[in-house]
Design a protein around this ligand. Sequence first.
Ligand code: GDP
Ligand code: MG
Length: 431
Amino acid sequence: LGNKLQDILDRLGRESKLTEAQVKASMREIRMALLEADVNFNVAKDFVAKVSEKAVGQNVLGSLNAGQTVVKLVHDELVDTLGGKTAQPELKTQGNVWFMVGLQGAGKTTSTGKLAAHYKKKGRRVLLVAADTQRPAARDQLEVLGKQVGVPVLKVNDGETPAETKRRLDEYLKTDYRDLVIVDTAGRLQIDEALMDQLAALQTELHPTETLLVIDAMTGQEALNVAQTFDQRVQVSGLVITKMDGDARGGAALSARSVTGKPIYFAGTSEKMTGLDQFHPDRVAGRILGMGDVLGLIERVQEADMKAMEAKKPGDFDLEDLLNQLRQIRKMGPLGDLMKLIPGMSRALPEGFNIDEKQLQRIDAMISSMTVGERRNPKIIDGRRRKRIASGSGVDVQDINKLLKMHEQMKEMMKMLGRMSSGGGKGMRGM
Ligand code: GDP
Ligand code: MG
């Protein structure tokens, strides 16, 4: 995928607004990336349609090129779809009852133990309820985990009705005060009606304040169906994605989140009781796209841009502005006539400074060889820097001198124009 992305980035040149063709070209790759990450086919399709619609006509961001801008937009939309920020389940001072639901093997029991450890550490008085009567060993498994993390476990008896469970729980809580009760329920390999009925009945009795659907990150295409069914039958309030330490890229998270709209609270990251993390939408978005590095790079470019922007006084006309304008001009086609239309342009140019396409290319190369700091504040460009920039862009130091002189004169011209125009300060920037 790394190569594919590089392709997108290379193929799309520098344009000021994203065109439909550019967006379309990159979206094919994005959809592939989503499907490779096991995002449900329909979710991927909807996502791509949504982000395409938003992307067309968008301005290319800062010093990113079109391809990078598309990737950035896709990433941001993914983060958004995954919930934006980290989220926590609601916790009242008392009376919290959480249901852990999900398919067999999803990681319910393990996650129940992890949550107990997590909230015990935060000063909560946790009680675990082993309600998985499906498999004989399931209740013992939770009991072991409870001992391990130092939290009591109430075991549901074989053949016990939900009402009886409720009564026994109330009884327990009378003698041992607990403010967070986490109920580990039974799962099946496949969704079945009997399981759902059983869960719903227990829910009716215990009135959970949260019903957390546990989904294995490796669930793949099926994640959508699982999440949808559980949500319809037992009103899921939040999600836990387990086994994020494996190879799975996390497409299941996107599918489950998209179809339920419920927050993803936690990510399981190991078999150990400490292997529970907050779910970070931004990290998982990068992982789903398989382009963590590319995005990191883009962020850094943007940060540098932002810093440089902040350092710049409004109304300044620096070399970066000059570069941008030259690029605009070059895109507009034959130059000679055009330049004459710009007020003051001919006077602003030093003698012997011919403007032709080739010259513009040289100026572009020269400014491109400068650091952002130099472009923002040309005053710092001393003799040594001039030498470096000249050799970097394949010109003589004299050319650099000429360019800097031209820029100085243009800047003066901008100031004049700015004073003249009632808008003030804008000058040729608006051209
Ligand atoms: P349940 O049937 O839903 O209760 O699933 P379990 O809690 O019994 O977990 C099934 C298997 O997945 C066990 O072997 C767990 O150790 C393992 N498991 C659960 N969560 C994670 C996780 O986040 N990472 C890894 N690597 N393994 C996990
Ligand atoms: Mg279990």
